[in-house]
Design a protein around this ligand. Structure first.
Ligand code: PLP
Length: 498
């Protein structure tokens, strides 16, 4: 197969070149009918590519032409048996994988740092989650890897788990040892499903951790829009059959009909075709650039007194003399802390944006996170470094007494709450609304997830322990953004199940 081709882009272009009189959906008639408010700013050309299933442009839900070819090229590039375009993000891929792997009442192991889309998959499937805890990295107060040892312990207690659903890399770029974990899963006849939403780029450079497919995963999803050059929402699902559970793999693919629009957006799909093309042609140089930019910035930030920038030595005891596929950190991510200068991650994030127009991906109580990609330039990193340097100067002038962290949260994450019912049972149970202040000891009828990263602290059906309540209360008290709250995002009330 020739990775130099872009079958879907070519098919859409060929269709447009017929200069069709258009009586199909979408009704904006290619480049004519979009509000001039918008086209005055962005031009009209791109809208011609917003087409639908035509005789030339194939059909995502029954691909026989250009989309099929584009997906086959994608599969070949990543070493998958089958790959699928997703127009509803990795969210729908995670849902499809979980629904494929575990049916109502069956057990599935889920890493507790999973994105809320895993919880949505559990609601759809009715499966019974068994949670596996990632390690904590206390110096950074972030969740680290899930170890193969922990996975094995969990399988020993729950040998019937149909699959393990794992996030790797995490938002912070932390990668679990998927090879070892895949071996444990397969020993128990279980599938390894990897939410590789943040890892579509790993396959293109040796200094990046191993990708899930290379490490033995049975299925994985990737948000190609996050770091691999596709448009927002454009993701992919890959399947690699290791002979563990063929029907589950087929079911996951079938589930994509259930979780995606019947009018898939051609701009998104074409962006996937083109992102695959770029990665195939230039992936190594693209990642080389991102890695070099991030490495230089990491080293400069580490030298600013009071600032720290996470490196792989912070998360592994292994002595590594060179980068290898076992590196547990995607070093294109910069996790930065200025805690020693009296700034929380949230505080630093706010200053960076409001004073320096430097927009980070996320913040937590301790850190901010920058995602460096091939499309960044040195000038971007210079702005970040200069801003950090300025912030250091300003912060060191503030007397120590006044420098107490503005907002602090109990260090570490709360332990696993008691699961009174499955997320699906909880989702469909009658609910009552009570004041958040009265929630301790109650069974939550909803999830609550600080956003980003969108990792639920409490799932529907779980009893709200005192430490979970206190942890969430920090976010509430500090007015931080959370999903699963009421309309005002204030969490004055919570839905509970009696
Ligand atoms: C770990 C993880 N998985 C899945 C998702 C969902 O991905 P998407 O936005 O492509 O639906 C996200 C989104 O941020 C994520 O961080």
């Amino acid at each position: 197969m020739n990775q130099n081709q872009t079958p879907l882009l070519d098919a859409v272009s060929a269709f447009i070149e017929t200069r069709p009189t258009y009586f199909r959906i979408p009704g904006h008639r290619l480049d004519r009918g979009i509000s001039s408010r918008w086209t005055d700013r962005v031009g009209t050309d791109i809208f011609s590519y917003d087409v639908t299933e035509t005789p030339l442009t194939d059909d995502l839900h029954q691909p026989e032409g250009a989309i099929r070819e584009a997906q086959e090229l994608l599969a070949r590039l990543y070493g998958a048996d089958q790959s699928f375009f997703l127009v509803n993000g990795s969210t729908c891929g995670n849902e499809a994988m979980i629904m494929g792997a575990a049916l109502e009442g069956e057990e599935i192991m889920i890493a507790r740092n999973a994105h809320k889309s895993a919880m949505m998959g559990l609601i759809l499937s009715g499966a019974r989650p068994v949670y596996v805890m990632p390690e904590l990295i206390p110096e950074w107060a972030v969740q680290g890897v899930v170890t193969a040892r922990e996975v094995r312990t969990c399988f020993e207690a729950h040998p019937d788990c149909k699959a393990l659903f794992l996030v790797s890399p995490s938002y912070y770029g932390i990668c679990s040892d998927l090879r070892e974990i895949a071996a444990v899963c397969h020993e128990y006849g279980a599938l390894l499903l990897v939410d590789e939403a943040h890892g579509g780029h790993l396959y293109f450079h040796d200094a990046l951790p191993a990708g899930a497919l290379d490490a033995g995963a049975d299925m994985c999803v990737q948000s190609m829009h996050k770091v691999a050059g596709a448009l927002t929402q454009s993701s992919v699902l890959h399947i690699r059959d290791h002979g563990i559970n063929k029907p589950a793999l087929a079911k996951a693919a079938e589930n994509l009909h259930l979780v995606q629009s019947t009018s898939p957006n051609y701009l998104l799909m074409t962006s996937l075709d083109c992102a695959r093309y770029e990665l195939a042609q230039n992936g190594n140089q693209m990642m080389e650039k991102a890695l070099a930019l991030a490495a230089a910035a990491r080293s400069e930030i580490q030298q600013i007194p009071g600032f720290r920038c996470m490196d792989y030595t912070d998360i592994t005891a292994k002595k590594m003399t060179s980068m290898s596929e076992n590196c547990p950190l995607d070093r294109t991510r910069l996790v930065i802390s200025a805690k020693d200068l009296g700034l929380t991650g949230f505080g630093l994030d706010k200053i960076l944006f409001e004073k320096y127009a430097v927009n980070m991906e996320l913040a937590d109580y301790e850190n901010v996170l920058a995602i460096v990609t091939y499309a960044n330039e040195k000038s971007d990193l210079d702005r970040l470094i200069n801003a950090c340097e300025n912030i250091r100067k300003i912060q060191t002038e503030i007397p120590d007494k006044k420098k107490r962290l503005a907002n602090t949260c109990p260090s570490g994450l709360p332990g696993l709450p008691q699961q009174a019912m499955t997320p699906r049972q909880a989702y469909f149970s009658p609910k009552e609304t009570v004041r958040w202040q009265d929630a301790v000891g109650k069974i939550s009828g909803q999830m609550i997830a600080p956003y980003p990263p969108g990792i639920p602290i409490v799932y529907p059906g779980e009893r709200i322990s005192r430490d979970i309540w206190e942890y969430i209360e920090c976010f509430r008290r500090d007015g931080l953004h959370m999903h699963g709250t009421d309309q005002n995002s204030r969490l004055d009330y919570i839905k509970i199940i009696n």
